[in-house]
Design a binder for this molecule. Structure first.
Ligand code: 3H9
Length: 694
């Protein structure tokens, strides 16, 4: 018999009796975040269970797409509302009746902490459990760092807390975090489970367990080994180490002291700039998917089949995204040899993923089975979306689009993967510019998360919408950009490159400029990046025309890592060392141009390479080439490895203070006697004391 109990209708928490089991249900869409009303409702429900003799056990479950996905991030930074989450979790654990968490979707962060407060956890097999707080610059702050190692083991807790990567329900079951996997209807099975355990005493409390700690006590070195193994991944971030320390405390101190230490570390992180940046970025990423000014009735077009023109590194990488998402691809090339080489590379990439355990051999066969390689342009005629990835030259692109216009079916989306060129000019070579859009993938296209979706002057709203929704399907983070040279990302790279090269002439070395960028948190500096991508990209190919340092390097075959020499010399393991040849070339150029060489302070490198990027970002905004400042940040974090703990260039500029940026740029202008061309938006905001992102 089901007995609906009294609960204010406005509460997201409702309770229902099923026999002697009280079912506590949360309904707080979209992700059942643990906002104040949810916390209050949970505590009230536990009090009710305690007080009611007819209740012998409790099940906590969630409606909608997921179990609690964590604390409500929108509440961070606001005055706290009682009860705090740690109190809620304690209240659950201290309930006098057994409490079972019924998990579906994702039990994340505070959500997993609620589940850890429960005496038992059951989960559907496709659910995921994790502590992603580290990605928000935090650690689990409701007892998670102390309870998780006691339940799942220290090693597993260490990995989960410090990396933030969730585990599958199966893995959770294997490590003891989940007590039973439920096939079939979750809540009724959870009630059945609650019936089974309702008389078991003492109640198994996560905070009181010690058995899983014992195994790690004999190997205290695991913490340092873990730090060492992940040093590269954690470089610059504060939160991973705090997570490691908190889990280590669980091993070294009793629970009651551990939670105090956890709280201290949590508060330190929460008040820091990294957490603020990472939490800002969480919302920035989600905002990027929203397109402004779209008619309400716009609907995405169907995309069941994709065509790819060009099976080179870029074309092949792009094709893999669609194949991996289960969308068939027809790929064309101009010669059988190029086609074979391209599809061979794709297969090799898939097999390498299988060798690393990321895919099964069946998945590899399935993906490759959906690929149709052809030399026949007409083979693209039945594709819903056709993406060209041919040589970056306007005339070639226009020719391809003219041909596409003749064979593509009506309504097919015609996309260009250009990284710089004018989409409107490309679109004008067709009779259907409304179907043309830019899809700028980043290399390697099968791995990099960013996709710049370039909206042409005539791109139809539903085409733009389709591009954004297909991006989600292939697991890219898409950002809308306007038509301008280099769009958002590469356009901002240009002033950086100009200044970085000029700094070489004035006395900085490639190594110094790169070091400043790496210390800032970038994965590599401008010259390391040039050597990796190819110094010869965009080179005019005339070795007798030497007008700058890059021309000089290209003329003597120093094209970067692929030639074993570029701005740096490389040994056979691709390890770089400063090159005396390059140094000489730089000094010769400086002498020829009458540039006086001097010591360059690191701060000057920051101001001339990074402040100029912020200025360019402001120009992009004032020209309407990006929808919002946070989109620029998403481009730079996902496309170029800008450290997320600095939020992105526009967030970082706000943190520096826009006045500081303007003053720094003016100082450099004075020193150089040149004009950076200020964005009026930057000057105005600096003067008014405003920010871009807050
Ligand atoms: C924590 O728990 C701290 C505790 O340890 C200690 C406390 C003392 N809060 O991602 P989606 C919104 S820290 C508020 O597009 P999906 C999101 O902004 C938290 N809002 O969906 C979006 O809004 P909109 C630890 C949230 O299906 C909408 O929900 N937990 C939260 O692709 C849909 O989101 C996490 O870090 C939240 N916690 O993915 C988990 N989560 O529609 C963070 C989401 O207006 N969340 N929203 O743009 C996720 O990872 C994903 O949202 C999830 C769903 C996997 C759950």
């Amino acid at each position: 018999m089901t007995d609906v109990l009294d609960r204010p209708s406005t509460s997201p928490i409702s309770t229902q009796r099923h026999g002697d089991v009280l079912i506590v249900t949360s309904n707080n869409p979209p992700v059942n975040a643990l906002s104040a009303a949810v916390r209050q409702g949970l505590v009230a429900a536990i009090e009710q269970a305690d007080a009611d003799d007819a209740v012998k056990a409790v099940v906590i479950a969630c409606e909608g797409q997921t179990f609690f996905a964590g604390a409500d991030i929108t509440e961070f930074g606001k005055p706290p509302v009682m009860p705090w989450l740690p109190m809620v979790v304690d209240a659950i654990e201290n309930c006098s009746k057994p409490v079972v968490a019924a998990i579906h979707g994702t039990a994340l962060g505070g959500g997993l902490e609620v589940a850890l407060g429960c005496h038992y956890r059951v989960a559907v097999p496709d659910s995921k459990l994790g502590t992603p707080e580290v990605k928000l610059g935090l650690l689990p702050g409701a007892g998670g760092t102390q309870r998780l190692p006691r339940v799942a083991g220290v090693k597993k807790a260490l990995e989960m807390c410090a990396t933030g990567t969730p585990i599958s329900a199966r893995e959770a079951f294997d490590c003891g975090l989940v007590d039973r996997l439920i096939e079939g209807e979750l809540v009724s099975h959870a009630v059945g489970y609650a019936e089974e355990v309702k008389d078991v005493r003492p109640l198994p409390k996560s905070s009181q367990r010690d058995d899983r700690l014992v195994e790690a006590r004999g190997q205290p070195e695991i913490f340092d080994e873990f730090r060492k193994a992940n040093a590269k991944k954690f470089r610059g971030f504060e939160a991973p180490d705090a997570n490691i320390r908190a889990v280590q405390v669980a091993l070294e101190k009793p629970y009651s002291e551990g939670v105090i230490e956890e709280r201290k570390l949590f508060m330190e992180l929460m008040s820091g700039t990294q957490a603020r940046a990472q939490q800002y970025f969480f919302f920035a990423e989600r905002k990027a998917a929203k397109i402004e000014g779209l008619p309400e009735d716009a609907r995405p077009r169907d995309v069941h089949k994709v065509g790819l023109i060009g099976a080179g590194t870029m074309g092949g990488g792009i094709a893999m995204n669609f194949l991996s998402a289960g969308i068939p691809v027809t790929i064309i090339e101009t010669s059988q040899e190029a086609l074979d080489r391209g599809t061979g590379v794709m297969r090799k990439n898939y097999e390498a993923s299988a060798a690393r355990g990321k895919l099964t051999t069946e998945q590899v066969s399935k993906a490759m089975g959906m690929l149709t390689p052809t030399l026949d342009f007409a083979g693209l005629a039945d594709c819903d979306m056709i993406i060209e990835a041919v040589f970056e030259e306007m005339e070639i692109k226009k020719d391809v689009f003219g041909r596409l216009d003749r064979i593509a079916k009506p309504g097919a989306i015609l996309a260009s993967n250009t990284s710089y060129l004018d989409i409107d000019e490309i679109a004008a070579s067709t009779s259907r510019p409304e179907d043309v859009v830019g899809l700028h993938f980043f290399s390697p296209a099968n791995i990099m998360k960013l996709l710049e979706v370039v909206r042409g002057a005539k791109t139809a709203p539903d085409v733009l919408l389709t591009a954004m929704s297909i991006a989600k399907k292939i697991r890219k983070v898409a950002v809308v950009a306007g038509v301008c040279h280099g769009f958002i990302g590469n356009r901002m790279l240009m002033p950086r490159q100009v200044q970085a090269t000029q700094l070489l002439l004035e006395g900085a070395s490639p190594k110094q400029v790169d070091r400043v960028h790496v210390e800032f948190g970038m994965p590599m500096g401008p010259f390391q990046m040039a050597d990796l991508a190819g110094v010869d990209i965009g080179w005019h190919r005339d070795p007798n025309r030497v007008e700058n340092v890059r021309d000089a390097l290209c003329a003597i075959d120093r094209w970067g890592q692929k030639k074993g020499a570029g701005f740096y010399d490389y040994d056979d393991k691709r390890r770089p060392s400063p090159s005396p040849v390059v140094q000489q070339i730089i000094e010769d150029f400086a002498a020829r141009q009458g540039v006086e060489r001097r010591e360059i302070p690191d701060q000057e490198i920051v101001e001339r390479t990074l402040y100029t990027m912020v200025n360019e970002g402001a120009k992009i905004l004032e020209e309407g080439m990006a929808q919002r400042p946070s989109d620029i940040d998403v481009v730079w974090v996902y496309g170029y490895g800008w450290p997320v703990y600095r939020g992105g260039p526009m967030f970082w500029a706000d943190s520096e203070g826009l006045n500081t940026i303007v003053e720094g740029l003016k100082r450099q202008e004075q020193r150089l006697g040149s004009d950076f061309g200020f964005a009026q938006l930057l000057l105005d905001k600096a003067e008014r004391g405003e920010k871009f992102t807050r």
